[in-house]
Ligand binder design. Structure first.
Ligand code: DHB
Ligand code: MG
Length: 223
């Protein structure tokens, strides 16, 4: 495995395809300064999220796991007029950093940050009869993915796109003896996605600045 090469290629792709973006750089710098873990999506992954929002024509986007709002900014940038992102975060420090980051990036009017346990907030949204989301991005604690998927389905319509980050985790996903709760959460999540009659899914491995990982892409079918 050549992490240096993956990083060099990622840097080349980003330098070639993505315009320099001071608001995104500042979002990462302020996240780091606040002591948040440096685990935001890579810039080229963030751009993929933005393009998925745009391609799907999503107007209502749900994110589980805001962290410092870096991916939130990318998601919000893909929205057409009138679109919005609801993003759920457990850590109040992260939520505060994210608020400032999305505001500085000029998308604050389209972003609703809800503080609390993701599973609780999702259950509240289901109970409140919240309108379905068009695209859901799961990027919170991996142990929680199976629950997040169940709630996300209740907040979906036929055609809703669900993207899940970190589904490979250096290969742990394919280790049947894995006892790491994060790997177990991901394995359970993928089994659910594969077996669910309403879900059509794939997952793709990635290498790059974030090492060897991957994302899953799901589409929700008729109930
Ligand atoms: C890690 C990376 C992520 O993108 C994430 O959402 C959580 C954890 C990690 O590298 O540990
Ligand atoms: Mg992630």
């Amino acid at each position: 495995m050549d992490h240096d090469l993956w990083t060099t290629v990622d840097e080349h792709l980003v330098a070639t395809l993505l315009p320099h973006d001071p608001a995104l750089d500042a979002a990462l710098a302020d996240s780091e300064a606040a002591g948040l873990p440096p685990i935001a999506v890579a810039p080229n992954q963030g751009k993929l999220l933005s393009l998925l929002v745009r391609i799907s024509g999503a107007r209502r986007v749900l994110e589980v796991g805001t962290l410092g709002g870096y991916s939130t900014i990318w998601l919000a940038r893909g929205l057409g007029p009138g679109g919005s992102v609801v993003t759920l975060e457990l850590n109040p420090v992260a939520a505060e950093v994210a608020r400032a980051n999305v505001d500085r990036a000029g998308v604050g009017d389209r972003v609703d940050i809800r503080l609390g346990r993701g599973a609780d907030t999702l259950a509240e949204m289901v109970a409140a009869g919240t309108d379905p989301f068009d695209l859901v991005f799961l990027d919170a604690d991996k142990e929680g993915y199976p629950t997040y998927l169940e709630r996300a389905l209740e907040l979906s319509r036929p055609g809703t796109v669900i993207v899940a980050d970190n589904v490979v985790r250096g290969g742990a996903v394919a280790d049947p003896g894995a006892d790491d709760p994060m790997a177990l959460g991901i394995r359970h999540f993928l089994s659910q996605a594969g077996a669910h009659p309403r879900i059509d899914a794939t997952a793709v491995q990635t290498v790059g600045t974030k090492g060897h990982d991957g994302f899953a892409l799901l589409v929700v079918g008729e109930a």
